[in-house]
Design a protein around this ligand. Structure first.
Ligand SMILES: Nc1ncnc2c1ncn2[C@@H]1O[C@H](COP(=O)(O)OP(=O)(O)OP(=O)(O)O)[C@@H](O)[C@H]1O
Length: 464
């Protein structure tokens, strides 16, 4: 028997490799790869392959919808989500199942089975000649713990190892990374690694919130009566951090003029409290953090190069959640759900089995707000579960929509011009009935996206 041919048209460079890894090797399917530059399956001639995996984003480049595609090619197509939530939301509520680009073998199997069964070419009991490797029973990968800091990915293990390594030295450390990645956790890890400074205070300062007029007093302190309102002596951050760690968060937001003043004091550790002629020696380890592009700011002249050299003897980069990979998202999401369930529930509440679509959402969503956002989404799901004792897909996906996505209001130009609400409702209803309530076909018939149809059905009480 000739090996089955599978067509892959999906931009992720390792997609085909991951596919091969999941598919049963004894069947050894032949994978035909298409990409941007090479010939692509846009022609109207039927394709050679027996099944295709095509990125949903490919559709946007052609004036066709997925049904037209499948009709022309005459083979079942598994659409691959780009990881963009809008695509996922739009398609997962319709009868089309979308495989997330970051799939695992279990989700591949589920999507494959669903697609082949509903394909006229293969049918319910069809022998397709392809199967997914049986899921090997494997223990969940261990989630490492450093206090309340959880991590698993190799890049995170390296980061933690480096934090300990350089933390033990008396060097200034700059921590770079996106918002919500856990920079403060890393700063504390660095501080705790030093044999001496770890025993002193950890003074955290948000540099984005320091008024220019109070800058010197806040950092270097003042003596009573040195200015109006100075009713008592004030030590300031430098002296507060003596023999410990001074953590300057959002250092990229420190105005240029304040950078000079800090640089002078950091160079020799000598400070002059406001209103005092006495110089005081301070001794601490400096750790700074930022999510701003300091290199670009230096080029643009908004961040001082000499100041950068002073604060960044060692640089640690905290990867975004997306860079850590889907496994880390999955493990952290479970841990965060467990934490929220315990926090919100009146009595002990075990983590329920999460439905496949929710796991896939976690796998494919990019979490631009990183771990902070992941904790927020997990908390929403935990609160929803405690209220409903189940996960209803449409409602949950709606709760998981980010604020920036405008989940509620589809774009106006996507909507046809209906003069009244009632008329629109009956149009939607008629179209649904005409298409046997198949959402993809109905959306096509109305000339809407599936997301728009879904939102309209919710609005008019037509969804389950
Ligand atoms: N790996 C992790 N394990 C557990 N909690 C984490 C992890 N990373 C971050 N968090 C939590 O996410 C939130 C944001 O973390 P943190 O404040 O350290 O981020 P940040 O990078 O300093 O963000 P920002 O740049 O916005 O200040 C905190 O509540 C923190 O406890």
């Amino acid at each position: 028997m000739n090996p089955i041919q599978i067509l892959v048209w999906e931009g992720q460079h390792d997609f085909a490799k991951r596919l091969e890894r999941c598919l049963n090797r004894e069947d050894s399917p032949e994978i035909l790869r298409y990409d941007e530059e090479a010939e692509h399956p846009s022609s109207d001639a039927p394709m050679e392959a027996e099944i295709a995996f095509i990125s949903t984003s490919a559709l946007r480049r052609y004036d066709r919808n997925h049904l037209a595609w499948e009709r022309i090619q005459g083979i079942p197509v598994i659409w691959v989500g780009s990881g963009d939530q809008s695509v996922y939301t739009a398609t997962s509520v319709s009868d089309r199942v979308v495989l997330p680009a970051y799939f695992n073998c279990a989700s591949l199997e589920a999507v494959l089975r669903h697609t082949l069964r509903s394909s006229p070419r293969f049918g319910e009991n069809a022998q397709t000649g392809i199967s997914v490797e049986p899921e090997k029973p494997h223990a969940e990968l261990p989630l490492h713990k450093e206090g309340s800091f959880l991590y698993q990915a190799a890049c995170m293990q390296q980061l933690v190892a480096n934090s300990r390594l350089y933390g033990a030295l008396s060097v200034s450390v700059l921590i770079r990374g996106g918002s919500g990645t856990g920079k403060e956790h890393i700063a504390r890890m660095v501080a705790d690694a030093h044999p001496e400074y770890r025993n002193g205070p950890f003074v955290a300062v948000n540099c984005a919130a320091i008024p220019d007029t109070l800058f010197e007093s806040m950092f270097f302190g003042h003596i009573k009566g040195s200015f109006t309102g100075a009713v008592r002596d004030h030590t300031g951050y430098f002296r507060d951090a003596h023999k410990g760690t001074l953590y300057l968060d959002e250092i990229g937001d420190l105005p240029f003029s304040q950078q000079v003043k800090l640089l002078r004091a950091l160079d020799d550790g000598m400070i002059h409290p406001v209103g005092s002629s006495e110089a005081i020696k301070t001794d601490f380890r400096l750790v700074t953090a930022t999510n701003r592009p300091l290199n670009r700011m230096i080029q643009e002249g908004t961040f001082r190069l000499d100041f950068y050299h002073r604060i960044a003897v060692v640089e640690l980069y905290v990867p975004t959640l997306q860079e850590r990979g889907p496994e880390e998202k999955h493990l952290l999401f479970n841990a965060a759900m467990r934490q929220s369930l315990n926090l919100y529930a009146q009595e002990v509440c075990e983590l329920p089995d999460l439905p496949l679509w929710l796991k896939e959402w976690v796998f494919s969503y990019s979490f631009p707000g990183n771990v902070r956002e992941l904790y927020n989404k997990a908390a929403r799901m935990a609160a929803y579960y405690l209220g409903h004792h189940r996960f209803e897909q449409a409602e949950c996906l709606h709760l998981l929509c980010t604020e920036a996505m405008e989940c509620e209001t589809p774009e106006q130009d996507e909507l046809p011009d209906f003069s009244s609400r009632t008329e629109e409702r009956s149009q939607v209803l008629q179209a649904l009935e005409k298409n046997q309530w198949r959402r993809s076909e109905t959306a096509d018939a109305l000339g809407w996206s599936r997301k728009t149809l879904w939102l309209k059905m919710k609005k008019y009480g037509l969804s389950d």
